[in-house]
Structures are given as structure tokens and as C-alpha cells.
Design a protein around this ligand. Structure first.
Ligand SMILES: Cc1cc2nc3c(=O)[nH]c(=O)nc-3n(C[C@H](O)[C@H](O)[C@H](O)COP(=O)(O)OP(=O)(O)OC[C@H]3O[C@@H](n4cnc5c(N)ncnc54)[C@H](O)[C@@H]3O)c2cc1C
Length: 347
């Protein structure tokens, strides 16, 4: 079993709408440090299955570490989906689920800038965590565009109403209901967003919504590389059923291997890094408990910083240009370019 997987008791199940539930977890004292999280991060839940033993699915934390006592995720049924329906139908208070430690990179690095938050449907989950945190921690203004099919499908409507009453000057919420106005167009987004075009943008929703919002913001000269986006999808890999190491290290490293120094979990390891092996695989092969979920560059769980040396990524579905400029990389896709590389996790 993955060393970052833990048994958590579900304390409460809240029915948010007809097809969405929030699961609130109890965190035992000894696991508190491991389950500390940042707004915008997610948990990965193990969902049992007769067919495949289990599936792994990511769910963004809808709670805020800055205003909620316990972590919560919010699951919306995907029509025809397996895990989301299983979770909505089967989980009761007192049940124990296997959960990976918080992960993800969809995290505001500062609370001083004004925020433009765009969400559709269940995409509200990480967005509401960021929104609550920004209102609690900073003084910045927060603008939310929240698209839904109709009034009944608006998750967190009462919470948002309360927050608006508490922060009337700092929080602006625009609900976009498809039942009233049809789907948003890029032109309408551009008109609506013009006053907020210099805000930091965080976006989460289905692909069609996300590309409309991006096109609208592009019309206001906000480039894609400045838009932080969380993309939902189901994992094809299953980190709960993997038994690391994925590969075993060669007894003698191949000639020409680079050398990598890795800071992780308060320890430093120095290892040979064969030129064609991805950093994550090298770490796992040496029994180092590096964080990962998808192995496909999509989840950003294995994000780390290149402190020295040069590397390249084979694929990148998660990091935006600003993050690449800060030297961040995804261990699951990273190969060495220079002879000596220094990598740090835990940024
Ligand atoms: C970073 C991140 C954050 C996310 N946050 C949220 C969130 O906050 N809220 C939210 O609702 N969603 C969130 N998601 C999406 C979520 O992880 C799932 O993708 C979503 O719930 C759909 O999963 P599903 O299994 O219901 O549907 P699908 O993945 O569409 O289910 C179908 C799949 O399940 C397989 N399957 C069907 N039956 C079985 C069976 N019996 N056993 C095994 N496999 C079977 C099929 O082969 C098929 O591959 C997030 C995703 C990511 C990556």
C-alpha cells in the first residue's frame, strides 16, 4: 500500500444538492501534520470495486484550512460514472475510507492580490476553498463567476450568500445559470470580466466552460499562461494498488548517468540518475517515498523545484509558465540535462 495512504473516518456527510455530497473527515492527532493542506489542494480517495479491487479518484478540498476545523471534499455525481456515484450512494458517518495525503499545485502563492475566480458545477470545490481563505487571510477583493445548469444545482449557495453578507465590499458573486441565460460565450465573459482583468485568475470547470473563459480573458489580453487552472479527470493509474518500487535500480548505474541530490521529507539523498529515467521512477526505485498520484503529469502531486542544474520534462499538463519560470518541475516527467542536479520537494 502507498505510504501516503491513511485510513480516515468520515465524520459527517452533507447533502449539498440532489447530486452532490460533502464528506467531512476526522483526522487523528498523529496524522494532523500529514493532512495539513493549502487551499486549492485535493485528496485522493480509494473507492472499492468488485471488478478492479479499487479505483482511485481525486476530490478537491472544499474546506479551508484557515476557517474550517476539518477537511472536507465535495463529490458530484458524474452521469454513468463509477466512483462518484459509489461515494454519493454508500458513504455514511462513521465509515472509514482510505485516503492519500493532500496534493496538488492549484494554490495561490499570495493573498494580497485581487482574485478572479471562475467555476462551473463541481469546479466550485477548490474555488470555494480559495475564496474563503482569501476573505479570511487577506484584504484583497474576490470576484467569483459561478456557472450552473439551474438554481437547484448550485453547490454551496447558502454559504456564498452568507459570505456575501459578511464581506459585501470585498466579495462579488455572479451566478450564470444556463436555465436563464444559456451557456456563457467568450464575448459575454470578456464584457463581464473587463473590470477584473488585472486580478489573479483561478479557473475550474468542464473543458467547454474553461476554454470559453480563457478565450474571453484572452480578448482582454490575459494570456493562457497567466490563468491558473485545475482540470478534473479520472485517474487511469491506481496509486493504492501499486507496490513501489516501480522498477529496481541497476546495481551499477549506466555510464553517463547524472547525479541528483534530492531534499525530501527533511532528508537529503544523493543518487545516480540515468539519462533516460524519469526522476520519480528513480526515487521510487531507491525506496524514497516521493509523492505521486497519476504518473501522467496531470495531477502535479510530484511537483518539485530544480535548485541547481538543468532538466527537461517529457510532458506537462499542469504547470503554467510562471511556475516553470520559478524552476518547478514534475518528477514523473523529468529527465536530467546536466551532470549534477539538485531537487527540492516540500516547497
Ligand atoms: C485534481 C482533481 C480534482 C477533482 N476534484 C473533484 C471535486 O472536487 N468534485 C468532483 O465531483 N470531482 C472532482 N474530480 C473528478 C473526479 O476525480 C472523478 O473524475 C469524477 O468523480 C468522475 O469519476 P467517476 O468514477 O464517477 O466517473 P468515470 O471515471 O467516468 O467512471 C467511469 C470509469 O470507471 C470505470 N468503472 C466503471 N465501473 C467500474 C467498476 N465496477 N470498477 C472499477 N472501475 C469501474 C470505467 O471503466 C470508466 O473508466 C477531480 C479530479 C481531479 C483530477
Amino acid at each position: 500500500m502507498n505510504a501516503r495512504a491513511h485510513q480516515l473516518k468520515v465524520r459527517e456527510v452533507i447533502s449539498e444538492t440532489a447530486d452532490a455530497v460533502s464528506l467531512i473527515f476526522d483526522i487523528p492527532t498523529d496524522l494532523t501534520p500529514r493532512f495539513s493542506y493549502s487551499p486549492g489542494q485535493y485528496l485522493t480517495l480509494r473507492v472499492p470495486s468488485d471488478r478492479t479491487t479499487s479505483v482511485a479518484r481525486c476530490y478537491s478540498l472544499s474546506s479551508s484550512p484557515h476557517c474550517d476545523d476539518r477537511p472536507a471534499v465535495t463529490v458530484k455525481r458524474t452521469p454513468g460514472g463509477y466512483a462518484s456515484n459509489w461515494l454519493c450512494d454508500n458513504v455514511s458517518p462513521g465509515d472509514v475510507l482510505t485516503v492519500l495525503e493532500p496534493a496538488g499545485n492549484f494554490i495561490p502563492r499570495t493573498w494580497t492580490n485581487d482574485l478572479l475566480l471562475c467555476a462551473a458545477g463541481s469546479g466550485i470545490t477548490p474555488i470555494i476553498s480559495i475564496l474563503k481563505s482569501a476573505l479570511t487571510l487577506g484584504r484583497a477583493n474576490v470576484v467569483l463567476l459561478y456557472a450552473n445548469r439551474d438554481r437547484a444545482s448550485v453547490i454551496f449557495a447558502p454559504q456564498l450568500h452568507q459570505l456575501l453578507r459578511r464581506h459585501p465590499r470585498r466579495l462579488t458573486v455572479t451566478h450564470w445559470l444556463e436555465s436563464d441565460r444559456g451557456l456563457p460565450t467568450s464575448r459575454a465573459i470578456a464584457t463581464w470580466a473587463r473590470p477584473y482583468r488585472r486580478h489573479d485568475v483561478y479557473l475550474c470547470g468542464p473543458a467547454g466552460f474553461a476554454s470559453t473563459v480563457k478565450q474571453g480573458l484572452n480578448q482582454l489580453r490575459v494570456p493562457d499562461r497567466a490563468i491558473h487552472q485545475e482540470q478534473y479527470r479520472s485517474l487511469t493509474d491506481n496509486p493504492f494498488e501499486h507496490h513501489t518500487p516501480v522498477t529496481t535500480p541497476a546495481e551499477t548505474p549506466p555510464a553517463g548517468a547524472a547525479t541528483v541530490r534530492v531534499d525530501i521529507d527533511g532528508e537529503t539523498h544523493t543518487l545516480p540518475w540515468p539519462r533516460t529515467e524519469k526522476l520519480l521512477d528513480v526515487l521510487l526505485a531507491h525506496g524514497i517515498d516521493a509523492p505521486y498520484v497519476c504518473h501522467e503529469s496531470a495531477c502535479a502531486t510530484c511537483v518539485c523545484a530544480v535548485k541547481h542544474g538543468r532538466t527537461r520534462m517529457l510532458q506537462n499538463e499542469s504547470l503554467i509558465e510562471e511556475e516553470l519560470a520559478q524552476g518547478l518541475t514534475l518528477a514523473c516527467q523529468t529527465l536530467p540535462e546536466s551532470d549534477d542536479v539538485h531537487i527540492a520537494f516540500d516547497q
